[in-house]
Ligand binder design. Structure first.
Ligand code: AMP
Length: 488
């Protein structure tokens, strides 16, 4: 039994938590072991909890636990209980509020057609409205996660066949989803019509693989086949092999540009672009746009490294590891309170004083959210004796929360919402501060610039232009602020 199972204290968890990674495999004797490995490669997408559901032809098996994959799927004992040639898995992330096992995915229910498991990456923007209707119809929700909505919509659909039920459910949801489902016969993968969150298809021998990122294919030696397309549903079964359905009207895709900036692993390929290359190109663009005379380019590790390399290459200024990261501390962002977050930054980074003293330093980081990290880093670099400290950010200012699956705080907590760039520079304590421009960012992903009428990516966190209706929210607060249980 998991040590953090529901206590009365954490039963109060009533927030959405939605940064996640998914992995599924069909037709492999080591399906659950491969799923655990795939989830391990996707660990950066969620460290809070992990789960795997497998099917052996007769029974479904499930193991879900709080904490990292390596802590929970490391024994023969666990893996050998997850029997069967097909499995799906999920890693989950949250930055605030408490978490409970009942919210951990994959979620599973015994429906009229048999067992049905789902693993969801993304965030539904009308989950609250749908949930209200479903509860009125008599559905009993077991979790506070928006992902459970899929289960009930499939369960209550008037259609008979699983696929028709799923399509019926998907047509009712608004928001972002890369969804995996496992039935007695099928592994199903679906991407929302705008393709906001990633999902790739791979092949390992005769087995088919679905995963959030290509790095999860690499770890099991699977070959990348292609991206699941926006609005596409792929179905893998013994009987029909791989099938593709496109039940939605086609719309221009809007992949999340923040996956390229920060969220995805740099060794992954997304939409045909190597994430590391994109990050280096953003750094090059930054150097072209806002260079200042300095002695050294220093990345804020690890997220600022590729952009800093690109910046250094473009400007000709040496790249140095002026800040060293302690790899045994999780992402600072994960800590819920400001006090801990402050402490976390000091635990995580240390200035490499011998190389910084007396130098004009240009720090490169991927984003400024609350500003806490930047303030601490700048203070640290100044205390180490830097002559000047400048900062360049490889994203435009984060002015709006994300409602599609990247965890961002309330608008009011976003530094770029509260302050102008000049004011931010003052608050952070740098000699100069600049962000990549919208067009510079789009150039780094191979476009000629941002197409104002119809942007090629979802960049709502930088522009406030939300491509999917925010049914549950007016856009002023982040999804984590929505209390489902207080709905009454
Ligand atoms: P902050 O201290 O709030 O300004 O945090 C900024 C740092 O958090 C950035 O440098 C990123 O490395 C990281 N970060 C940005 N967005 C996210 C996110 N959605 N989830 C986790 N970490 C993030």
């Amino acid at each position: 039994m998991n040590k953090k199972c529901c206590t009365t204290e954490n039963m109060d968890d009533d927030h959405f938590h939605d940064e996640c990674g998914v992995f599924g495999i069909f037709g492999h004797p080591d399906a659950s072991a491969f799923t655990a490995l795939g989830l391990h490669a996707l660990q950066h997408r969620g460290q809070e909890a992990a789960g795997v559901v497998s099917y052996d032809g007769k029974h479904f098996h499930s193991h879900r636990a709080m904490g990292p994959v390596g802590d929970n799927f490391n024994s023969e004992d666990v893996i050998s209980r997850l029997v069967g040639p097909m499995a799906i898995g999920h890693v989950r992330y949250s930055t605030s509020g408490q978490t409970v096992l009942r919210n951990v995915q994959p979620m599973f229910a015994d429906l009229v057609f048999g067992g049905f498991a789902i693993a969801h990456n993304g965030n539904l923007t009308n989950a609250r409205a749908l949930r209200r209707n479903l509860v009125e119809e008599g559905c009993i929700f077991q979790s506070t996660s928006d992902s459970e909505t899929f289960l009930h919509l499939v369960a209550t659909s008037d259609f008979r066949k699983v696929m028709d039920r799923l399509i019926d459910a998907l047509k009712q949801v608004d928001g972002a989803y890369s969804l995996l489902a496992l039935t007695r016969e099928k592994l199903i993968g679906a991407r929302d019509p705008l393709g906001v969150r990633p999902l790739v298809l791979g092949r390992s021998g005769d087995a088919w693989v679905l995963a959030s990122e290509t790095c999860a294919l690499d770890i099991i030696g699977a070959e990348f086949v292609r991206d699941v397309e926006p609005g596409e549903i792929v179905v893998i079964s013994e009987k029909h092999g791989l099938q593709s359905f496109k039940p939605f009207p086609q719309v221009p895709p809007r992949f999340c540009i923040f996956e390229h900036i920060y969220f995805a692993r740099p060794d992954s390929v997304m939409g045909g672009l190597n994430v590391y290359d994109v990050r280096k190109k953003i750094g090059q663009e930054l150097a072209r746009e806002s260079h200042v005379d300095v002695d050294m380019i220093v990345p804020v590790p690890d997220s600022g490294v590729p952009a800093a390399i690109g910046y250094s290459e473009q400007s000709g200024v040496p790249f140095e590891l002026g800040i060293i990261r302690n790899h045994y501390v999780g992402r600072t962002f994960i800590e819920p309170s400001d006090t801990i977050r402050h402490l976390g930054v000091r635990l995580k980074h240390n200035a490499n004083a011998a190389h910084i003293k007396g130098k004009r330093i240009l720090l490169v980081d991927d984003s400024i959210v609350r500003g806490t990290t930047s303030m601490k880093i700048v203070e640290m670099v100044r205390n180490a004796g830097a002559a000047e400290v400048h900062m360049r950010i490889s994203s435009p200012p984060t002015t709006h929360p994300c409602f599609y699956g990247i965890d961002t705080p309330n608008k009011e907590k976003l530094m770029a919402h509260r302050f102008t760039v000049e004011q931010m520079a003052k608050e952070i304590g740098v000699d100069s501060l600049a962000f990549i421009s919208q067009d510079g960012l789009y150039r780094a992903v191979g476009e000629t610039g941002r197409n104002g009428e119809c942007p090629q990516y979802c960049d709502a966190c930088f522009t406030g232009e939300y491509p999917i209706a925010l049914v549950d929210n007016d856009g002023s607060s982040a999804p984590e602020q929505l209390s489902l249980l207080s709905e009454g």
